[in-house]
Design a protein around this ligand. Structure first.
Ligand SMILES: Nc1ncnc2c1ncn2[C@@H]1O[C@H](COP(=O)(O)OP(=O)(O)OP(=O)(O)O)[C@@H](O)[C@H]1O
Ligand SMILES: [Mg+2]
Length: 395
């Protein structure tokens, strides 16, 4: 059984992420693929787009298409038994009396953890060929997608001995209170919670199976945000395989009032195609009506993909690669559109620290680089190249 295709849709608020995710899901299922589409957005917009009610455990939409609307509250109640012991101990320590699952579900980060664990469940169950994720607007999505990386970073430092045991529970709860030393019982609860997330990052950053599609409108601010998103996604090792330009004014509109708008759209489209190259750019025009219901979504998908296979990997980038240059080694990271002033590179033992704006990633160095000193870092085109000198001789 091969791994399923995982497609994530993100972009600025209101650009058409849900519409594109829903239309892509329909197209995949119409092509015979068993497809599930889920939303990380608490608003029930996927259900609204299909005009079909969707439950939090999944509901059928067409023959081979299912949809799921995450309900963090409900999931919190399910997971409650697992974490209760831990939480009670914690809160007792903090001097807080009993707490209900309902109150806990407002802890930031929990619905994201559930969404990530759902993606993992669907991607590993063997029941699906395609898993489609309708993400929240960009900033939240980057937070969401950097979560597995950040959590494991903290866990490796705070609990090297208990690495696996407490990977997830602590950072979530640490936002509530500084924590007492956890006992064995608590570690066991933490372990079960952690297992939900173990491996999710490996699934989502595997470019052979998982891709992000960036949805934009032909507008200056939307494009600027998409560029930054592309940079941050690359920083965390995610593969973007296409840009979707939605709401282009149709050729058929000849009213002079729209003349300047059409020219602006054409200019922005050129900028997008040039700026995001070699990524393919898929296009959809502004429809004459809202894109609600299966038939309209299906038509939208036909226009968007034409003859293109919606489930294919549309572009294979290389977020990180290491190559030899004489005796030296060069680690090269794809960081499209990065502003040099926003970029910092550092070294901490076996890790390379890369900061872009507000986001940081600690990249664990492969054995071939671990003992070599960093001798330089520079941008070459869209890539950050970090040079490593020769390994110091032993003894
Ligand atoms: N090409 C289009 N033509 C006409 N209407 C469109 C088009 N694309 C999207 N819409 C409509 O615009 C609205 C917003 O689209 P959608 O919900 O897909 O955006 P979103 O990016 O998911 O928004 P949010 O950030 O709120 O999640 C919906 O009513 C949708 O039907
Ligand atoms: Mg949406």
């Amino acid at each position: 059984m091969g791994s399923p295709r995982v497609l994530l849709f993100t972009g600025k608020g209101g650009v058409g992420k849900t519409t594109a995710a829903a239309a892509t899901a329909l197209r995949c299922s119409d092509a015979g693929l068993r497809t599930i589409v889920l939303s990380t957005d608490p608003a029930h917009s996927l259900a609204d787009a299909f005009d079909v009610p969707l439950s939090s455990v999944g509901s059928p939409i067409t023959d081979r298409l299912w949809g799921q609307q995450l309900d963090a509250q409900e999931r919190m109640e399910d997971a409650w038994a697992d974490i209760q012991a831990h939480v009670m101990e914690l809160l007792g320590w903090a001097g807080v009396d009993a707490i209900e699952a309902e109150e806990l579900s407002v802890i930031p980060g929990l619905d994201e953890i559930f969404a990530l664990s759902d993606i993992k469940t669907y991607a590993t169950s063997g029941d699906w060929d395609v898993v489609i994720v309708d993400c929240a607007p960009t900033a939240e999505t980057i937070r969401f997608l950097s979560l597995p990386d950040i959590l494991s970073w903290y866990m490796d430092r705070l609990f090297p001995a208990h690495r696996k045991a407490v990977k997830v529970v602590r950072p979530v709860l640490a936002r509530l209170t500084s924590m007492p030393i956890a006992g064995d019982r608590v570690f066991a609860a933490g372990q079960r919670f952690y297992e939900r997330l173990d491996g999710v990052r490996a699934i989502l950053t595997d470019g052979r199976h998982s891709s992000v599609r960036l949805v934009v409108n032909p507008e200056r601010m939307v494009i600027a945000e998409a560029r930054r998103t592309h940079t941050y996604l690359s920083l965390f090792g995610y593969h973007v395989d296409a840009v979707i330009v939605n709401r282009l004014l149709p050729e058929a509109i000849t009213d002079p009032w729209f003349k300047a708008w059409k020219e602006t759209h054409a200019e922005h489209l050129t900028t997008i195609e040039a700026g995001f190259a070699p990524l393919p750019v898929l296009k959809a025009e502004l429809a004459a009506e809202e894109l609600v219901g299966i038939e309209r979504l299906r038509r939208f998908g036909d226009v968007l993909y034409g003859d293109t296979d919606a489930a294919a990997v549309l572009h294979r980038g290389e977020p990180i690669r290491v190559h030899k240059r004489g005796e030296r080694r060069v680690m090269s990271l794809e960081l499209p559109f990065v502003d040099r002033d926003d970029l910092d590179v550092g070294r901490n033992d076996g890790e390379l620290l890369v900061r872009v704006g507000a986001y940081r990633r600690a990249i664990v160095l492969p054995d071939s680089l671990r003992r070599r000193p960093v001798t330089g870092a520079r941008m070459v085109g869209d890539r950050l190249e970090v040079s490593f000198g020769e390994e110091p001789s032993r003894g």
